[in-house]
Design a protein around this ligand. Sequence first.
Ligand code: DLL
Length: 433
Amino acid sequence: MEKYFQPEIECASQEQIKAWQDERLVKTVRRVYENVPYYRQRMEEKGITPDDIRSTADLHKLPFLTKDDLRDAYPYGLLATPLSDCVRIQSTSGTTGRRVVAFYTQHDIDLWDECCARAIVAAGGSKDDVVHVCYGYGLFTGGPGLNGGSHKVGSLTLPMSSGNTERQIQFMCDLGSTILCCTPSYAAYLAESIYERGVRDQIKLKAGIFGAEAWTEEMRQDIQDKLGIKAYDIYGLTEISGPGVSFECSEQTGMHINEDHFIAEIIDPNTGEVLPDGEKGELVFTSITKEAFPLIRYRTRDICILTRKKCSCGRTHVKMSKPMGRSDDMLIIKGVNVFPSQIETVLMNKGYPANYQIIVSREHNSDKLEVQVEMTPELFSDSVSEISKREKELIDALKAMLGIYAKVTLVAPKSITRSEGKAVRVIDNRNLY
Ligand code: DLL
């Protein structure tokens, strides 16, 4: 049996899982109430104390936490341990200004690595594998998470980070990578490049662990066929630790949530009402084993379904479907989280009116972002060089705000169709959900 397949935990009975969750929830709530003034205040506003939380059945009494709360509490407001006990910070991608930062003690890193190790083992990984990690390293959690998981499993780890496709393929051939970890769009791009170079027979890949963005079953099939591998989904978010909150097993029909560390709920995004298993709604997480940055009832904005059907792999932890959309307007472009409001802020700061359209597409497995911006009659110009200068200015300002390139097209006044209802700001042609 592989070291990080932990049947005593991953195949535990429902009663055992509930017992762990009950005990850990009670402890976590007491600890955050005592150590984090933010939580204490929010609980007091609701008229509850830790004595009111005796088991998971009382979870619904606790207030939700949102990304805005995290931004308000930036940077240290939700820290539940002394800063000197923390050994790492990671951050969500793409947001500037008040970012969301997550803190980790060594214990938190160990648990996170363990979650990623479970994902690697579920994808067939062992100490004999060469795990090729081309998620980004740095503040983004993808690289560090899978890197840590691979070390725990004892696999040989290639910390490639993203980019430099030529070198990725060369190392893959020379060093015999067997498990590829990256975003599904980069996997598809790599597959295409490997095909084009005619080196498919030099590749020893057997599995891929792909996540951080939405991808379809068609895309999975395409990557599997082109690379001759099994492609597994992995889910997570920085706020709750990073990748490995849930992961797919050999059945490839949804991702097992590590229920010994996280309690999952599905709620109606409009009313906040908790929905039964099998119903579609917004996923909410409570972390019950984290020291530095435990989040209680954190609203992920990801829309999905939870199911507890028996799984052929033997794992008993609840499964979440692939995210089927978001309950906010966040886009994930090239793996970077982008809010339309950030684009609007840039345009307003540069004196443009709020008549714009964001067009997202996917060409050759790479996301493309275009912003069409209407000029006012005052800004309008017949001079091509004047227009290109303004477009370049906006491209630079958007790059500074979002961290990624956006093509900017200035269009004539009144040329963007006006809507009678809500303005259609985003046209996403990728059909991801
Ligand atoms: O994307 C962590 C991660 C890294 C997950 C590597 C998997 C692999 P954030 O940048 O904080 O963290 O973005 C989190 O990405 O709320 C989802 O909307 C989306 N997301 C993550 N995994 C998946 C997935 C990382 N497998 C946000 N399918 C989440 C669809 C995903 N969406």
